[in-house]
Each structure stands twice: as C-alpha cells, then as structure tokens.
Design a protein around this ligand. Structure first.
Ligand SMILES: Cc1cc2nc3c(=O)[nH]c(=O)nc-3n(C[C@H](O)[C@H](O)[C@H](O)COP(=O)(O)O)c2cc1C
Length: 332
C-alpha cells in the first residue's frame, strides 16, 4: 500500500512515548516477535512483546537488541510481575539495561518494576480490569493504565469498554488505554471519544504477515465470529478467551472439581497455577506451531471484524485512515 504520510494523532499517550499514533500492538504470548514489534513501531504505533516469548533471559535480551536494530522508534515489553513468573527479576534487569521505552505489567504488584524503569527514564503502563487495582497502580506511580475490557483476547476483563474507559478516566489522573475487541479505526475513534489516550490491539495483529503463528491459526481468526469466542479455565486456571474449536468443546471450559479445589486451597494454589500455566503454555505452543487436532487458539471478539491477512504496517495505516474518516463523518 503506498500512500501520503498520515497526519499524527496527538494524545497524552503519544506525547509520553514520542510516537505518531496512539496504537499499541499488544504483547501476545507466542505471537509477537521482533518482526511484528518493529513493524508496528516503525509504522508509528508502539509494538510490544511479552518477555516470556523467549525461553531464556539471554534469548529475550538478544531479541530486544534485534528490535532496536530493526527500528529506532519506541517499543514495549510485557512483564508478568507476580510470583508465578520465576524470571521476573532477570527480565526486569534486561528492560532496565536496554532502556525499554514502555513496560506493560500484568498481574501482581508492579511497584519494583515502576521504580526500576523510572530510574532510567522509561514508562510503565499496567493492565487493569477494575478501578480498585487501577487506583493502586496509580498510587504506585504508574504512567498509565491499560483497561482490559470484555471481548479482549487473552485474559479478558468483565466490564464493557463503554463503561470502563470513562469510569477509569473519571477517577484517575493518568492516561487510560483501551483494550478488548478493537480491530478497526472506527473503534479507535470510539475509544478516544470515550476518553482513552490510546488503544491496545492484539487479535487484529495475529492476522498479519509478521506474526509467528501457523496459517491455520491466522485463517481461524478470519473465519471466526464473535459468538465463537469462549472463556476457558483449562489453560491457566483463570478464564482465557479462545476460539471454540472441536478440541476446546471436547475439553470443556471449567476446571474439574478436584482441580478447582486445589486452585482455591491456600497450600496448593501457587503450585496449581504453575502447573496449569506450564501445561497450558505447552498446548498453546503446539497449536501455534503447526497443524494439530489440539487447536487452542486465543483470540478476542474482534475476530468478527477481521477478514484479511496484511502486513502489520498496513494495519496501522488502515486504522489511522479509518479513524480520520470516522471523525469526519460523525454527525454534528
Ligand atoms: C494470543 C494472545 C496472547 C496474549 N498474550 C498476552 C501476554 O502474554 N501478556 C499480556 O499481558 N497480555 C496478553 N494478551 C492480551 C493482549 O496483550 C491484549 O490486551 C488483548 O489482545 C487486547 O484484546 P484484543 O485481542 O481483542 O485486541 C494476549 C492476547 C492474545 C490474543
């Protein structure tokens, strides 16, 4: 797609990060790679990846350095900051040393991450699904929150973006980023109209040329309807949004009673989470790598709005063009 340069969209988020467009290419386990991250960043958004996409901290550092060679624009890393992540300290150290411009935290307490990243002048945004946790991270010094709403891929929140974005905006001083089900520029305009300073988009970027998943997964994104997205506890113990494939249907969505008991029990809870996360990650790994009957494909309700596999830079450009077209045609 060749086109005239698009006019930047200026928000609190783009000013903080120094990017052209308020669009984060969401960190996605096993999906985001250096190519996808750098393509989104070079196109004017902020590409992001989970540190756990690489088996060791050394490999993670290599990939961060690769991203820095591929783009000179801001990019992000997702750190899972709870106890279940045994690599949190080492991976945080890499983010500090490599001056990762944006760290996105999920789960757990982001206090140490905020302190360390701020010491080198980098920004920290925290995934939140409700006001109580959002206020907590604001008090800890977070630069912004990512409102993970109903309809998101991965661990979706329970609240509608129509409510959660203005609700957080009303009670917080820091920028709010909207996430969940966003796949078009019309929705970017809607999120910004609700008070968001940016959007975080995952599922739409699975269907790109750069994403590192098998074609069967990309085609499943194109073919799925919003009604095909179900929440399963079978992957990590907490609900994850996946496409309802025959395998997911066969497996069921709930933990069996013994697992559910062990997940709740104070003495076994931590180990159950670790075991489930390991087994779930193995199943996801197999399903992204190639054809298997165990089709475990995480995606959000935005699947209904995605019908083409495109280069990531074209997705960013299309989102921005649609955003401007939407702003133009809104009734006055
Ligand atoms: C396949 C997939 C993997 C994901 N992995 C992670 C992850 O490792 N860490 C994280 O914080 N969020 C993860 N997410 C959530 C995204 O970062 C983002 O919040 C979400 O995709 C937004 O919703 P959308 O997919 O409807 O655009 C994942 C989402 C998907 C679809």
């Amino acid at each position: 797609m060749t086109q005239a340069p698009l006019c930047p969209i200026s928000t609190a988020f783009t000013q903080l990060l120094g990017c052209d467009f308020p669009i984060i290419g969401a960190p996605m386990f096993l999906v985001s790679n250096a190519e996808l991250v750098s393509a989104v960043s070079s196109a004017g958004g902020v590409g992001a990846t989970p540190s756990l996409n690489w088996r060791t901290t050394a490999e993670f550092r290599d990939q961060i350095q690769k991203i820095k060679r591929m783009t000179n624009r801001p990019f992000g890393v997702n750190l899972i900051v709870n106890q279940a992540n045994p690599r949190i300290n080492q991976d945080l150290e890499v983010c500090v040393e490599e001056r990762v411009p944006l760290v996105i935290t999920s789960l757990g307490n982001p206090k140490e991450t905020i302190k360390r990243m701020h010491s080198v002048g980098c920004k920290v945004f925290c995934d939140v699904t409700n006001l109580a946790y959002a206020k907590k991270v604001e008090d800890l010094g977070a630069d912004g929150v990512i409102a993970v709403c109903v309809g998101a891929g991965g661990h979706a929140g329970p609240i509608s973006p129509l409510v959660l974005i203005p609700y957080l905006k009303k009670h917080l001083k820091i920028p709010v980023v909207a996430a969940g089900g966003i796949a078009t520029g019309e929705q970017v305009a809607a999120a910004l109209a609700l008070g968001a300073s940016a959007v975080q988009i995952g599922t739409r970027f699975i269907a790109t040329q750069e994403s590192s998943v098998d074609m069967a997964y990309k085609n499943a994104i194109l073919n799925a309807e919003p009604e095909d997205i179900v929440m399963t506890k079978k992957i990590s113990g907490t609900p994850v949004a996946v496409i309802k494939t025959p395998y997911i249907e066969k497996q069921g969505l709930e933990l069996n009673p013994i697992e559910a008991f062990l997940f709740k029990h104070p003495q076994t809870k931590k180990y159950m989470k670790m075991i489930r996360a390991y087994v779930g990650a193995k199943a996801l790994e197999k399903a992204v790598a190639g054809p298997t009957w165990k089709e475990v494909w995480s995606a959000g309700q935005g699947v209904g709005l995605i019908d083409q596999i495109m280069p990531a830079a074209d997705v960013v450009a299309e989102l921005v063009q649609e955003y401007y077209a939407t702003c133009e045609r809104l009734p006055r």
